[in-house]
Design a protein. Structure first.
Lengths: 403, 403
């Protein structure tokens, strides 16, 4: 059991990790009703115009615009030769001196080139008097005005928002080709770790990290494969890492927060691939290890629940979003005064969890072994490496946890 | 076809809607691996201590603290009588003059009351020399220190973050009781509306709104029941609304953007329940109707895709989050200059969609019929009722769409 030798800075660790996490290739077809939040993997080309035909943009009367020009002086009277609802095909042609009553969304009848809004008309005995002139094209949505047939409407790499799902529907598509989600293996390690639901024997604790990691991974675009607990035995660990690295896009191990146990994983990764860093200048979360086996990133997280989850937000979240080709997470930040003096002497960049109440931030951090350091918190404050003290009442920027 | 008579303000409309949307009762049990994002419906009481036993918080040696006090002067030598890994039950008692080597997470052996960190020791030939004294309790996590058995750890109404899922796992729970999700019926209406995938006949368009509404609803805690298109026929509409209101927690209709068609829905709701407002001073989204049938809120959305989706963000999103007992959505806002002069003369509160590029906001709004007004946008700017012009370069606050 020997202590860490060379800690890397948070920034260097993150940069190294991001460099080795590449966006996944490969795609799959999904139904548009579950496509929101996915990323388009092939340019979507419009197979038809939207709208598919010239249509009335307002309730009113489809007219020959030039018929209405005299209405600047006095009302123009036109003969109503038909009525057209949305969804009906036009049967009557509009000729000079006539008009067809149209509902919003109804196709523009042949011969007409404008719609007079119902507000500027008065109908009586089959005749309508028009009180305002319209120009050609007034209150008409032209075919293809929204989307042109043949146009690339969504490029490969586009994130699907509700509106973009709407574009797919507007084109009549029922499915869309999107990038597959990265598959991440989550491997709990440690002889003391037991899955929830099993009885605890003396000296044993429940596996927490697999579930917190799974929650963070799933809400950031990954498919999670939770694997059984691996005891701290070299052969078992090596075979678990080797097979997970072959079949998944990323491997995240948790546990063995001590140097002694972590050394096992260092050995395994050195044997199977390359260790890129071991030990980061952050608090909590120092005993973090990163390597690659083949092209697969392997992240060794601290065993302590708070250290592990804190690192999941700092390292795993941006990495998996990059692999899933998702845009960076929008962080919700608020600036509030610190409710009580806080002394930090770690000499590491610190992620201090806080509870926000009555417009103040209260430090919620107990120690890295306490899951309640995170679960009682509303967000965290990042304290720089060289900061020793924040006074009561000093303003801090809190990054809020997702809701 | 008569125009709207009395428009209500946006604020009044939202207040009315929120008042009639009540948080759902009823709960269900979910596996902890899918519990993130759900809301606890019964206080969770800890059935055991976390940690379950006194344990070493550091790698080192479990000692009788008072043995180490002389180490202020010179190293203290103790006999190593055992070694204990995490997950092992202690077999050796620590008596004065002796110690047991312990790994982080290992149970504290009986007799010991502190742990000396490995960094302040040197072991040779079964004896360890301790170079720093420790106080009783040093580097020990006490049983129940994180969570006490019998304690209410998560109150009913608590939103489950990854950390709170971790709390459930730490207690050995495999499932948790959460509020059920509100079930929302989405009913497209209009003779011109055809589900994507079917062939379009002249005058027909594809159903867009069911899919955009579903996307917004699903990402805000609802279960969505998409119903078949209802033609604008009074009897069919009444029976669809009546049965959806009986079986779902909320009914959202879309379509019939014109006053004429909307009147049908007004009539149906007046017959089955109460109309609370019809017509809102917003752009886009004016032709919005809200009523209740029994206790069930019924929202009639404009048929135009942009109006419908804009209203989904403004009205439906906060309403459904309240019903699902979710905290208000964190809005990500940025302040940037407007890239070009914008003239608004609607006399209504306006939600102007914008694209954000090169640190500027470009108006993306074409008209309410164009889905690309939304799909090409990154967010929206809210313009007050009384605002006429924003000059180029003036700063605007953009609420970004979710990513």
């Amino acid at each position: 059991m020997e202590p860490f030798r060379l800690l890397v800075s948070f920034e260097e660790a993150l940069e190294t990790l991001m460099r080795h996490c590449r966006p996944v290739d490969g795609s799959e077809s999904v139904d548009i009703s579950s496509a929101c939040g996915r990323v388009v993997s092939t340019d979507v080309v419009a197979q038809q115009d939207v709208p598919p035909f010239d249509r009335a943009a307002m309730d009113g009367y489809a007219v020959v615009a030039s018929d209405t020009f005299p209405a600047t002086q006095q009302p123009v009277v036109l003969e109503v030769t038909g009525r057209l609802h949305a969804g009906e095909a036009p049967s009557t042609e509009v000729t000079p001196g006539t008009c067809v009553q149209v509902a919003t969304g109804a196709p523009l009848p042949p011969g007409a080139d404008a719609v007079v809004m119902v507000e500027f008309t008065e109908e009586q005995d089959g005749k309508v008097s028009v009180t305002r002139p319209v120009y050609p094209g007034a209150n008409v949505s032209r075919a293809g005005e929204d989307i042109d047939r043949g146009q690339v409407v969504l490029r490969s790499g586009t994130y699907l928002t509700p509106a973009r799902v709407g574009v797919l529907a507007a084109l009549g598509m029922t499915s869309v080709t999107v990038f597959r989600r990265p598959e991440v293996a989550v491997v709990p390690t440690g002889r003391e770790v037991v899955p929830p639901g099993r009885p605890l024997r003396p000296g044993q604790v429940f596996d927490v990290n697999s579930f917190t990691l799974e929650a963070v991974l799933r809400s950031n675009g990954a498919v999670v494969r939770r694997l059984p607990v691996v005891t701290d035995e070299y052969g078992a660990l090596r075979s678990a890492v080797e097979s997970a690295a072959q079949s998944c896009d990323m491997v995240v191990l948790s546990g063995g927060s001590s140097v002694g146990e972590k050394d096992l994983l260092v050995g395994v990764i050195e044997e199977l691939g390359t260790v890129h860093f071991h030990g980061v200048q952050v608090k909590p979360g120092k005993p973090t290890l990163f390597g690659t086996v083949g092209d697969t990133p392997v992240l060794g997280m601290p065993g302590y629940p708070t250290s592990c989850l804190s690192n999941a937000y700092m390292f795993l979240l941006p990495a998996v979003r990059k692999m899933a080709r998702l845009p960076p997470r929008h962080e919700h930040r608020i600036v509030v005064p610190l409710a009580k003096r806080y002394v930090s002497s770690s000499g590491r960049k610190q992620f201090l969890t806080v509870r926000v109440s009555d417009g103040h931030a209260y430090p919620a951090y107990k120690h890295s072994g306490a899951i309640t350091s995170m679960s009682d918190a509303d967000g965290y404050v990042v304290l720089p490496v060289n900061l020793d003290v924040i006074e009561e009442g000093e303003e801090v920027e809190v990054v809020m946890f997702d809701q």
